[in-house]
Design a protein around this ligand. Structure first.
Ligand code: ADP
Ligand code: ZN
Ligand code: ZN
Length: 739
């Protein structure tokens, strides 16, 4: 018997092996094995089993079978094949979405527990004959519950021996217990709520249930203004599906950032829910995975990769905040988009897929116009909460009027903050840049201090007094006093990050309690949860942060949202930068006035006439989306065209340049409806020591309705080209960013 094995390498080829007798019974398609390839032994996945082989070379043997049963069932296996095809990634690489070194043979660690059999006083005999035992027993009698024997590590030299002695005398109960790994770092305590659905909510629920009943598979967009109860609506649908005995996946863009929602799920789904996210420890990951496989967890809440959770009898997938770009895996391969994989998984397993958003991606918005997605809209906020009043502050005018250049807080925003503080209401301030100042520059020659491997400006951090690269993490603790180019000592910080805003608000409002949330303060999940809990309990007046505070948060007493600089990101050279800025402003505004009190939003901008700012300020999504649709159509961008990007990276600039151009020149004839742009240097030309060039491909959906022509073209022209090892080519299908 022979098997074909796919490895996580960049070749499409599969390799044939002989099966040693002892493995004959356990091998099947989808089982992971380890096998020699060249001089190494790698793990790969069995993709085919045959009696004979036409391969005439030397056939080696499988070294080891990793899992006794296939890691993936038939339909997940199909999904993997779709990913491999669609994202042009070898199957062995596609399968790496299943966490590495995850064993389904996982057994939780066990630990010894001990419990006193009787309370009260110990006998004097014991104190004399066995003082160590007496010591332990004394302590034990302070607890009613069993405790781990490791608690006595400090008290006696060998707690296990001592406890065994006590057990012999019949004084204690000693037993082993499986210790479950901690998976709860990012959860809020369960948040219980009384839910009475409004008429519009009931209508939405009925409509969605109808879709689900009528069709086996249904993809739909649940679009609702911020605070309309979208979360409650899909929780209700999920409960129904759970009652029918089916299972559910709920995807969130970054679960570690959404402890509030996790707490809500905990309350509703109890111990049926497992959380799946990037910060789980190895043991917690294996533990969770085992519980998913065994059917104990029937609801999986997680980030991107949770879409591959091996739940049986899947009934529903929810993709919350479906517009978020973190659903796209940008590296390594496969560069999949979890939303699109969700829709495909739904099709393969006859499950409903609900995309949820207040600001849908333009793709989904357009797909529902074209009838590819069913649609459900929640037009009003729950409980008659009014929409916030939005005010745009033109910072250029402000400059002219006050004569102060580069103000961080306009007088209007300052006044409104004062007023809220007086009323004991809370404030959220958004500044979508972390650090203190993003640029450190020579005032005489303009030279900037840049990352030695990324060639982008280093950000100054006042906390820790250092310069950091926000791409590769490079840290420079010595802050230069002189320009390396002209030796001038006239160096200055420019631009504004969250730390600087924090300084300024603390100076302006010395009595206010302020907290900052950004990547720097939330590296440890607990810090995030703590800050949000404090804010909820009213122990913080002003919450300041990056985009991570713009979405999903739901606080009763927030009546003012200030956007310190709405222009951040607006002019990045990417066709989606307008869409992103609009969504960010709209979402952030949605945090204000979610209950009885009228909310307000202040948007500070130097581009008050820009359509993104204008329509975001009116909260007029439809108008702005229509403008975007027009622009995308004119410029042949998605959703009207397929888009793909080939990225060439290498250490030597000239070689990257030469290779990219040579490949470009070798392309065969374009087909009708296709456009090729580039090669051009990427906007961030050098990252992590590597130069980057890109070629962008567009293919009209009119002439290439399912993108097959484009895929074929990329395969023929880019794959298996001999280019040497100095340059790497990555193909990105449906890239979310062209930067
Ligand atoms: P969205 O996801 O649309 O922003 P949420 O589902 O978070 O909105 O709802 C906003 C707030 O209103 C939440 O605190 C939610 O619990 C509450 N809410 C929404 N619908 C109901 C309901 N039918 N009964 C009680 N509370 C509700
Ligand atoms: Zn200089
Ligand atoms: Zn760097």
């Amino acid at each position: 018997m022979f098997v074909d094995v796919a490895f996580p390498i960049s070749q499409y080829q599969v390799f044939t092996y002989r099966i040693p007798k002892q493995f004959a019974e356990v091998v099947s398609v989808g089982v992971r094995v380890r096998a020699p390839i060249g001089k190494r032994i790698l793990s790969g996945i069995i993709v085919k089993i045959t009696k004979d082989t036409s391969f005439t070379g030397k056939i080696r043997k499988i070294s080891e079978v990793i899992d006794g049963t296939p890691l993936l069932d038939e339909s997940l296996w199909q999904l993997m094949q779709w990913i491999s095809n669609y994202y042009i990634t070898p199957l062995g690489k596609a399968a790496t979405v299943i966490p590495a070194n995850l064993s389904i043979k996982y057994k939780p660690q066990e630990r010894w527990m001990v419990q006193a059999k009787q309370m009260g006083k110990i006998e004097e005999d014991l104190e004399k004959s066995a003082p160590a035992q007496a010591n332990v027993l004394n302590k034990l009698m302070e607890h009613k519950e069993p405790i781990p024997i490791t608690d006595f590590n400090k008290l006696v030299a060998s707690p296990l021996t001592v406890c065994k002695g006590l057990e012999k005398k019949g004084l204690v109960k000693l037993f082993k217990e499986a210790s479950t790994p901690i998976t709860s770092n990012f959860e809020f305590d369960p948040i219980h709520k009384e839910i009475y659905f409004s008429d519009t909510q009931v209508a939405a629920i009925n409509k969605i249930q109808k879709y689900i009943k009528e069709k086996k598979y249904s993809g739909m967009l649940l679009h609702g203004v911020t605070g309309s109860g979208k979360t409650e609506v899909y929780i209700k649908i999920a409960q129904d599906i759970l009652e029918q005995g089916k299972s559910i996946i709920i995807l969130l863009p970054e679960i570690a950032l959404t402890p509030q929602i996790a707490g809500r799920f905990r309350a509703v789904f109890g111990d049926k829910v497992g959380l799946w996210h990037s910060k789980l420890t190895g043991a917690a990951r294996a533990f969770t995975w085992t519980n998913i496989c065994s059917g104990k967890y029937r609801v999986v809440v997680g980030a991107r990769s949770a879409i591959f959770a091996p739940l049986k009898n899947l009934g529903l997938v929810v993709v919350d905040e479906e517009q978020e770009t973190s659903y796209k895996q940008e590296a390594p391969d496969p560069r999949y988009h979890a939303r699109d994989v969700a829709l495909m998984r739904g099709k393969l397993q006859n499950a409903a897929v609900i995309l949820v958003s207040a600001t849908p991606s333009l793709e989904s918005y357009y797909n529902r116009i074209m009838g590819k997605l069913d649609y459900c809209y929640l037009p009003e906020r729950f409980n008659d909460a009014a929409y916030p009043i939005v005010m745009v502050v033109d910072m250029i005018k402000e400059q002219e009027e006050t004569g102060k250049i580069g103000q961080i807080l306009s007088s209007s925003l300052q006044q409104k903050i004062e007023q809220r503080l007086k009323n004991k209401e809370q404030i959220i301030l958004l500044q979508n840049r972390r650090g203190y100042a993003p640029i450190y520059r020579c005032r005489d020659c303009g030279e900037m201090i840049i990352c030695p491997t990324c060639s982008i400006p280093l950000t100054y951090h006042r906390v820790g007094e250092n310069l950091q690269c926000h791409f590769c993490g490079y840290l420079q603790t010595k802050i230069p006093q002189q320009c390396s180019h002209c030796n001038s000592s006239n160096l200055a910080l420019s631009g504004t990050g969250t730390q600087k805003v924090e300084d300024i608000i603390s100076d302006t409002f010395p009595n206010a309690k302020i907290a900052r949330l950004d990547m720097d303060t939330t590296r440890l999940g607990k810090a995030l949860t703590n800050t949000l809990t404090k804010f909820k309990d009213g122990k913080i007046d002003i919450l300041l942060g990056t985009q991570m505070i713009a979405k999903g948060l739901d606080f009763d007493n927030v009546t003012l949202v200030g956007i310190i600089n709405a222009d951040t990101g607006l002019f990045l050279p990417d066709f989606r930068s307008g869409e992103r800025s609009f969504q960010l402003i709209y979402q952030a505004s949605g945090r204000s006035g979610r209950r009885k009190k009228q909310g307000e939003v202040v948007i500070q901008t130097y581009n008050a006439d820009n359509p993104v700012i204008r329509y975001a300020a009116r909260l007029d999504l439809k108008k702005y989306y229509n403008i975007m649709i027009g622009e995308r159509k004119e410029l042949n961008y998605p959703p009207f065209n397929w888009l793909a990007k080939a990225e060439f990276t290498g250490v030597k600039k000239s070689i990257v340049d030469k290779t990219a151009n040579a490949i470009r020149n070798s392309f065969q004839k374009k087909f009708k409806g296709m456009e090729i742009l580039g090669p051009a240097w990427c906007y961030r030309e050098r990252l992590r020591g590597k130069y980057r060039m890109q070629i962008v491909f567009k293919s009209s959906k009119e002439t290439d309705p399912n993108g097959r022509k484009l895929h074929q073209y990329l395969k023929n022209n880019l794959l298996n080209k001999k280019i040497g090892s100095a340059v790497k080519i990555n193909i990105d299908i449906d890239p979310v960013s062209l930067l």
